[in-house]
Write a protein that binds this ligand. Structure first.
Ligand code: IVH
Length: 661
């Protein structure tokens, strides 16, 4: 038996080695046939000796059955997004800002910005244990079963390390084309671009389906690697590469911002030569302690920046100009276009922003225009091709009254937008409710645009709080509703009463209060009533709150109408309190070492609890260690800690320590 076990292990090691050559380094050392033979041998042995099959065998990438739904995963360290720059000047500005904060010249790493999906992958003792999507940055979805099918990600490492890597899941262009061709032959819908194909594949409930999709992953960062304290991001990437991860080789260290700009220019022209899509360049401060010093804003780290390539442009015709009314009552003109393809998707509408923009660009109905995606997302009209005019074009002016409720539309001094003044404008209310029920706000499933329209048409709601006073009979009486779905809606509304305060704060739609700011407010104020009475000065004492946000919050709670809504929410039993106590960085600077198995925490949960309170986890006990947390079967770290007189905590002590904070 021992001999068989050894033979199996040798085969696995051999296959892993060739996986690495083929999928990570792109340098196969043996033919496909030889590789298949090795795999066949292993499969045969594992079939004969099923007791020797382990979850990290190369045969087990597609392990397990399909799941019913994705489990939510809380990221211990949020996945932030990057601030974007669209010009070289913005890169120089970024460098100036960073140098000013650093007080010295700064070295950067530049990398390709892969156009895929960001993913966190966690290893415990060298074994891949969890992979999750970015989600809203704080909470993602567990996609371990699908990430395991990606051949370029090691299922286990040669070293038994705890670590987290972050990377981008993507699809090679040629493999994407093959996939689409295969789908076409099978009569299935094709994907519009590699990114959508990758996204659709990662979100499969059945790993067998994901395994047939040619997914791949580049690793671009790590949040912790047990026992390693790197000075620079580039050293860390090199180490990740040594560990067997696929790290993009086009990365480069630049000691000057000029080098960064050159790199951006170079890839702007060379990007099409790559067999994967990139949508820009990422510029990162190389020194890791400087990163810490620079910190972050609510959404972005201050130590990095994305340089976006100039947008693709297309010529088309403005067939009409429509006006929509937004949540804040703003009347926005939108050009209806002859559809064109831009950066991989079909575009048939483009924003014209406001009347000033229409006039500045001189857009008329019937004009030939150039369109592009602003910031790569929202299509906009760049300019009019005036020499293609026929004389048939029609000038456009925003109406003086709201196209939805007929109330006067006015332009306040100093503002570019024209707003509807109708207090009860259904268009505004519709947008407010849509925002309130959104997934990252109150998350009320079943209340979508169609139902909201029906509620408004039947005068069943006049503000968001009215949702909580709806009766099932009222809903069931609406067209296309029925008993079952009306009951589900009532249950979803009822459940939302227990949401965290931060969700409500975001859902209220206070200007400049996004979901991150809402969380900051909930943590700092604990109760909505305390926030209502906060002053601008008080709010601005909070790290991430600037004057614009503070003023907007105070203005919101001054309005009688808004206070009435809150009163109605309170009467309905909606939670107005934060359910967690503000955690201070009470373990700031404390060094922890973990040993043995804890009953109530996985390694990464214990680490998360420590780092959340400002502590650090290191791998080996030294005179610098403050606490050793001991679980079942502790190793030699226990003896060493005793010798050095390091404070030793059992699981109960550890819980007391983190709970008391
Ligand atoms: S670093 C703090 N490096 O771009 C954020 N991101 O908005 C650190 N991306 O969703 C991200 N290639 O998934 C980084 N080489 C790269 C990247 C990269 C693609 C994605 C990432 C994130 C988005 C940033």
């Amino acid at each position: 038996m021992e001999r068989i076990k050894q033979e199996i292990e040798e085969l696995r090691a051999e296959i892993r080695k060739h996986n690495h050559y083929y999928f990570v380094l792109d340098q196969p050392q043996i033919s496909d046939r030889e590789y298949d033979q090795l795999m066949q041998q292993l499969l045969q042995l594992e079939e004969e000796y099923p007791e020797l099959v382990t979850s990290n065998s190369p045969t087990q990438r597609v392990g397990g059955e399909a799941i019913d739904q994705f489990r939510k995963v809380e990221h211990q360290i949020p996945l932030l997004s990057l601030a974007k720059s669209f010009s070289e000047q913005e890169l120089y500005d970024f460098d100036q800002r960073v140098q000013k904060l650093a007080g010295e010249k700064v070295e950067y790493v530049v990398e390709l910005k892969i156009d895929g999906l960001s993913t966190s992958v966690i290893y415990e003792e060298g074994k891949l244990v969890q992979a999750a999507t970015r989600g809203n940055g704080m909470i993602g979805e567990d996609i371990t079963h699908n990430i395991r099918t990606i051949k370029s990600i090691p299922l286990y490492l040669d070293l038994e390390l705890d670590l987290e890597v972050r990377g981008e899941v993507f699809m090679l262009k040629d493999r994407f084309l093959e996939l689409n061709q295969r789908r076409e032959e099978e009569g299935l819908d094709t994907f519009s671009n590699p990114r959508n194909a990758a996204a659709g594949s990662v979100r499969q409930l059945d790993p067998k389906v994901a395994a047939r999709r040619p997914l791949d992953i580049f690793i671009y960062d790590s949040t912790y690697i047990e026992g390693q304290d790197f000075e620079s991001h580039s050293d860390r990437l090199d180490y990740l590469e040594e560990l067997g991860f696929k790290v993009n080789s086009a990365r480069k260290v630049c000691s000057e911002i000029e080098g960064v700009v050159e790199y951006c220019q170079e890839w702007t022209t060379k990007r099409d030569e790559l067999n994967y899509e990139i949508d820009g360049i990422v510029i990162k401060v190389n020194r890791l302690n400087l990163r810490e010093q620079l910190g972050r804003t609510a959404k972005h780290p201050r130590w990095a920046m994305a340089y976006k390539f100039p947008a693709q442009q297309q010529e088309t015709e403005v067939k009409d100009i429509e006006v929509t009314v937004g949540r804040t009552g703003a009347l926005t003109p939108t050009a209806v276009l002859d559809s064109v393809f831009l950066d991989g998707s079909e575009v048939s509408r483009a924003t014209l922003h406001n009347q000033d923009e229409i006039e500045r660009k001189g857009v008329k109905i019937g004009d030939r225009v150039i369109v592009q995606k602003a910031g790569d997302i929202i299509p906009e009209v760049v300019r009019v091709l005036a020499d293609k005019r026929t004389g048939e074009e029609v000038e456009f002016n925003l109406p003086q009254e709201c196209p939805v409720c007929g109330a006067e539309a006015v332009r306040l001094e100093g503002e570019a937008v024209i707003r509807c003044t109708g207090g009860a404008c259904p268009a505004q209310l519709r947008e407010e409710i849509l925002h309130f029920v959104k997934r990252n706000a109150m998350n009320i499933e079943g209340v979508g645009p169609a139902l909201i329209d029906q509620l408004l048409e039947n005068d069943l709601v006049e503000d968001v709080a009215d949702l909580y006073y709806l009766k099932q009979e009222q809903l069931a009486a609406l067209e296309r509703m029925g008993q079952k779905s009306s009951q589900n809606v009532i249950i979803a509304i009822e459940e939302s009463k227990n949401n965290k305060l931060s969700r409500l704060l975001f859902g209220l739609g206070i200007r400049h209060v996004g979901s991150r700011v809402a969380q900051v407010l909930a943590t700092n104020y604990q109760q909505l009533d305390q926030l209502i009475t906060a002053t601008v000065e008080e709010l601005m004492e909070i790290d991430e709150i600037g004057p614009k946000i503070a003023q907007s919050i105070v203005a919101y709670f001054k309005q009688e109408q808004n206070l009435e809504i809150i009163e109605k929410l309170r009467q309905a039993g909606v939670n107005l309190e934060a359910d967690f106590k503000q955690k201070e960085a009470s373990l700031e600077g404390k060094k922890f070492v973990l040993t043995g198995k804890l009953a109530d925490f996985t390694r990464s949960e214990a680490k998360g609890a420590i780092t959340e309170l400002g502590g650090r986890v290191t791998s080996s006990v030294s005179g610098q260690t403050d606490y050793l947390v001991v679980g079942d079967n502790p190793g030699s770290k226990y003896d060493k800690a005793q010798k050095l007189g390091v404070e030793i905590l059992n699981e109960e002590d550890f819980k007391d320590l983190i709970d008391s904070e």
